[in-house]
Ligand binder design. Structure first.
Ligand SMILES: [Zn+2]
Ligand SMILES: [Zn+2]
Length: 260
């Protein structure tokens, strides 16, 4: 079976898992303090000083601010209301990869809509980029999530006598043999990398959805922030970061990253 034939046979399974996602369209320069943006001047809580790193004490850099009330209409109320913000230490502090890191080297939060005041000045150094639109794309789940979703690859590593790698999807009565086919399926049923809103996470080392501290539920992708995309920063060795949110407690957001 060729890769194209395999993909065609799996089409009904793929169609059920596809999710809409959006790439940000940006323009150089800062906008209003409430605009969606990378870097630039954000809104802060009333009377709040610019957030500092809990590790080194230096000001955190604003990486992302998203106005949840100005996202594509198709998302409806999925992510709630207010401003999602990610501040991050660009110094030598460790621990920023970890959601809810206790060192305070990142700050990921939701400012309620209609509250707060513009920051007086931005101590950051990144060039601001305003998000002026959203380009839709169709996203597919990462290979590391296929098994959980019913598309199983069995390598038969320890089989004696030797057995070829098999890919099985009972939901659509699919079965194929061979490492090349398995590899092609994993490569072609995959999420977009780069910066994007919603969709499926492009995982670095494995699915890492933080558990909501309020209810224990797995948190869902809100925004994928890649190394050196719209923010001129490298997470570890070309890592990819994810802002996640509890589907029930929409004020609970977190940021973590992993190397690819
Ligand atoms: Zn720091
Ligand atoms: Zn929750």
């Amino acid at each position: 079976m060729t890769a194209d034939e395999a993909l065609a046979a799996l089409a009904p399974w793929i169609a059920k898992r596809e999710r809409p996602a959006w790439r940000p369209t940006v323009e150089e320069g800062d906008g209003a303090p409430t605009d969606s943006k990378f870097a630039g001047l954000p809104l802060l809580a009333e009377g709040e000083a610019w957030p500092a790193c809990g590790g080194c004490g230096q000001p955190l850099e604003l990486f992302l601010q998203l106005d949840l009330d100005a996202l594509p209409d198709e998302l409806g109320d999925r992510y709630g209301s207010g401003l999602v913000q990610l501040f991050y230490c660009t110094g030598d502090c460790d621990g920023g990869w970890e959601p809810f890191n206790s060192e305070g080297v990142s700050l990921c939060r939701v400012l309620p809509a209609g509250a707060g005041a513009p920051a007086a000045e931005n101590p950051g150094t990144f060039p601001p980029q305003r998000i002026v639109g959203w380009e839709p794309l169709v996203d597919r789940p990462h290979g590391m999530e296929h098994e959980r979703l019913g598309l199983v690859t069995d390598y038969h590593f320890n089989a004696v006598p030797y057995r070829p790698t098999e890919v099985i999807c009972e939901e659509v009565g699919f079965r194929a043999e061979g490492m090349a086919t398995a590899k092609a399926i994993a490569e072609r049923i995959a999420p977009a990398d780069g910066d994007k809103l919603a969709g499926w996470p492009h995982w670095g080392q494995g699915p890492e959805r933080p558990a909501c501290p309020e209810c224990g539920e797995a948190m869902e992708l809100l925004f994928q922030l890649d190394s050196e995309a719209n923010v001129p920063f490298m997470f570890g060795d070309s890592g990819v970061g994810h802002v996640t949110q509890c589907p029930t407690h929409k004020q609970v957001v977190a940021f973590g990253w992993a190397c690819c």
